[in-house]
Design a protein around this ligand. Sequence first.
Ligand SMILES: Cc1cc2nc3c(=O)[nH]c(=O)nc-3n(C[C@H](O)[C@H](O)[C@H](O)COP(=O)(O)OP(=O)(O)OC[C@H]3O[C@@H](n4cnc5c(N)ncnc54)[C@H](O)[C@@H]3O)c2cc1C
Ligand code: SF4
Length: 552
Amino acid sequence: MSREDSKRLWKGARFPEDNDSAFLLDVHERGIPGAKRMASYADDHEVDLVIVGAGAGGSTLAQRLARHGWKIVILESGPFWDPDKDWISDEAGQHKIYWTANRIIGGEDPVELGKNNSGHGVGGSMIHYAGYTPRFHPSDFETHTRDGVGADWPISYWDLKPHYEKVELELPVAGQDWPWGDPHRYPHAPHPISGAAEQARRGLRQAGIKVRVGPVGIPNGTFGNRPHCIYRGFCLQACKVNAKSSPFVTHLPDAIEHGVEVRAGSHAVRVEVDEGGRCTGVTYDSGGRQRFQRGAAVVVAGYSIESPRLLLNSTSKRYPDGLANGHDQVGRYLMVQGATQVAGRFPDPLRQYKAPPPEISSEDFYETDEGRGFARGFSIQTVGPLPIAWAEHVLADGHWGHALRAYMRDYNHWTTLGLLCELLPHAENRITLADETDQHGMPVARFDYTQSENDRANIAYGGRVLEQVWEAAGAQDTLRVDRYAHLVGGCRMGSAPEESVVDSDHRAWGIPNLFVCDGSTMPTQGAANPALTIMALASRLGERMAAQKVRT
Ligand SMILES: Cc1cc2nc3c(=O)[nH]c(=O)nc-3n(C[C@H](O)[C@H](O)[C@H](O)COP(=O)(O)OP(=O)(O)OC[C@H]3O[C@@H](n4cnc5c(N)ncnc54)[C@H](O)[C@@H]3O)c2cc1C
Ligand code: SF4
């Protein structure tokens, strides 16, 4: 029997070899235990790396490099959470985990910002992400070559594949064997699914659509000291149980154990450079007082709106238009996914709140099919709106007053499927700085967004497919809401400074010790949720920096 075959017969969960986070967690408390004895660096201590943002990208990168002895400070604008004290299982009570600072939106199809886009606090947006963790397809890295749209990445799927596998083991990901893209398996078996997802699965199958359970970043069974999922459906409100995977439980405990300081309540306002054009550190606002952390290199990891905002605000005599912006690329090509949801009504009670929202998915429509009349595609996933989100869904379909109350009372009979449509990158969909300033004295971000004809055709087609699924399943009624999800791009990676902000090693063009490592570096977004890919990108950069293949 080959080694590969014998690995398939291993029983129980495998553990990552170089990340002890799951074992470092306390079984009785949900805060990060190491936080109490965390390293502390003086502002004038030149650390090896200052990272802005303790989210998916920043935390994963810090964990990788701390294991190699790097001295790192992460400046995080939001608080250091203690789930026992700070988080509640209440839909209305968890707004504190969202990034709700003032932002201005514009364009023909403006994107509502706030609760559905980005998080604030240690752990970043994955504190309130749903938990879907699919990989991108190989085609996502070369949409221009294959389909004549979007952009080619300067790296390929195969560069990221070892890091997908690594991060899938660290989260760990649970799901059925995956037949789409580059077919692969997951380290944990699929979770059991709820009645609502079972009804959706029947509908998809009746419509002739292939479907799989998962993939979700929630351990299925024993995994170190991580508590197991209790299927109570509050993943989008932060998992008070600590069962759902996010950097808070998967990378920060190990990073802190290896000497990383996470400095919460520290909002970066400017990356500073010397006369030679090298970064010297980051100026940040701590409780209304401006401080400066020295660093030999700086990584910006504030996600798709805040990373461009910080670079654009970091003006100097040498860089009057902001950092890495010599070709007016910072803030451009920001993307969201079309995330229309259609709910179906059935006679049996289904109780769609009784499970994590991510349960089953299909990537049958992911790739370009010329017969559909547009390029690229979409995926289909279950979502589990809690009552407030359900009310918004019903309202969006045009019902209010008596009808709204009737639909609310009927909540237990509904099950909901959502789309993730790949909307294409466009230069004019961008972040700029507005005239208004925030409490840190920084100009607030303005986000303009307009869909292309291809984008509109993709969303319209996907919506019709969902209606057909519910029709095939015999739904008695349907309700539809058109919305967006996720954010990526804004500091995209590329092969030349005229068309991108960073190179294939996330290094800002023209500034040797400045890097961007978060969702903003993605040139395209596929029809997959982005968090796993952001972590895989950070894992790759960390490995290359530690091996000095990327020098700072
Ligand atoms: C409601 C919701 C559901 C989602 N569901 C899924 C899902 O199911 N699957 C999936 O893959 N993805 C999902 N996502 C998206 C996913 O969470 C993000 O794509 C991912 O976390 C982004 O990683 P990042 O490292 O780019 O940024 P983040 O994880 O957002 O981290 C950025 C961090 O930087 C901090 N920061 C920003 N600016 C500054 C500054 N100036 N100074 C200091 N700190 C700063 C922020 O506070 C934040 O903590 C979801 C997101 C939301 C909001
Ligand atoms: S369903 Fe599971 S992962 Fe989601 S919030 Fe509840 S315990 Fe956490």
